[in-house]
Design a protein around this ligand. Structure first.
Ligand SMILES: NC(=O)c1ccc[n+]([C@@H]2O[C@H](COP(=O)([O-])OP(=O)(O)OC[C@H]3O[C@@H](n4cnc5c(N)ncnc54)[C@H](O)[C@@H]3O)[C@@H](O)[C@H]2O)c1
Length: 258
């Protein structure tokens, strides 16, 4: 399927690393000018340099998606430079492996502020620009933890469940304006976030082998796997898809444990 996103403007939050970086590449390869946002300026700048080396169009804008002032500055910069936004990928996020007793209120708040409230702040600030673009698309990166989960990850699971619910409601609100809203729920994806978790395991190689084996297709996901789906959802090839959550997990959550 040929996807052409020439003349489109996209914003990818947390685009300096992992899934966000993969989405930025997939969108830029289709002709989009990609605004890479990240709280980490080094990662964001490096991601843009990598894209530019491939003759792709990108620029970096630093912002913390959990901070309203920072988000307002990001929105006014996008407004003054481009005047519209065709694609918004709400990707910035992180997880927390802790049981509820050990989860401090500050940690709970930070997860909620970045993984859920950040989507609200960014989407709200970008709405006029998405409206101006017409036929625009919002893609929220949720997680399989929104539906099926494990113990000791309550704050993250709750935030990602919120992302899927927010997606459904926003689809109702924004459909009449021609704005589609979907979420994507990855399972295990090889990113720096996953690397950090593997590094905390007693034997990272053995753990990776074990989790690869959980997947009917024998491997965990790549950032390109997620980028390709996001590019499709950004394009008019998916013009009748809105309000849905697409699981992308190599069959992980089809599995009945026994
Ligand atoms: N890796 C996985 O297996 C996996 C699975 C399901 C869902 N996800 C989700 O995908 C998204 C990306 O995860 P990843 O694995 O690529 O992580 P990552 O840590 O590799 O990248 C996340 C990026 O987001 C940025 N970021 C963090 N907080 C931010 C903030 N407040 N404002 C702006 N940028 C911020 C970080 O600096 C980083 O560059 C997250 O929402 C995560 O929950 C990841």
């Amino acid at each position: 399927m040929h996807i052409d996103l020439t003349k489109k403007i996209a914003l990818v939050t947390g685009g300096g690393s992992g899934i966000g970086k993969g989405c930025a590449l997939a969108l830029a390869e289709a002709g989009t000018l990609v605004i890479v946002n990240d709280i980490n300026p080094e990662a964001g700048h490096d991601a843009v340099i990598e894209l530019k080396k491939q003759n792709l169009s990108a620029e970096f804008i630093e912002a913390d998606v959990a901070d309203d002032k920072s988000v307002q500055i990001l929105a006014s910069t996008v407004r003054s430079r481009y005047g519209k936004l065709d694609v918004l990928v709400n990707n910035a996020g992180f997880n927390l492996f802790k049981n509820l007793r050990e989860t401090e209120p500050t940690e709970w708040d930070r997860i909620m502020n970045v993984d859920l409230r950040g989507l609200y702040l960014i989407t709200r600030a970008m709405l006029p620009l998405l409206d101006t673009a017409g036929e625009s698309s919002i893609i929220n990166i949720a997680s399989v933890h929104a539906k099926l989960t494990i113990s000791n990850i309550a704050a993250y699971a709750a935030a990602k469940g919120g992302v899927v619910a927010l997606t459904r409601s926003l689809c109702q609100e924004l459909g009449p304006k021609g704005i589609r809203v979907n979420s994507v729920s990855p399972g295990f994806v090889h990113t720096p976030l996953l690397e950090r978790w593997l590094a905390s395991e007693p034997d990272a190689a053995a753990t990776l082998k074990k989790i690869n084996g959980y997947h009917p297709i024998g491997r965990i996901g790549t950032v390109a796997d997620i980028g390709h789906l996001v590019r499709f959802l950004a394009s008019n090839k998916s013009s009748f898809i809105t309000g849905t959550d697409i699981t992308i997990d190599g069959g992980l959550t089809s599995r009945l444990m026994h």
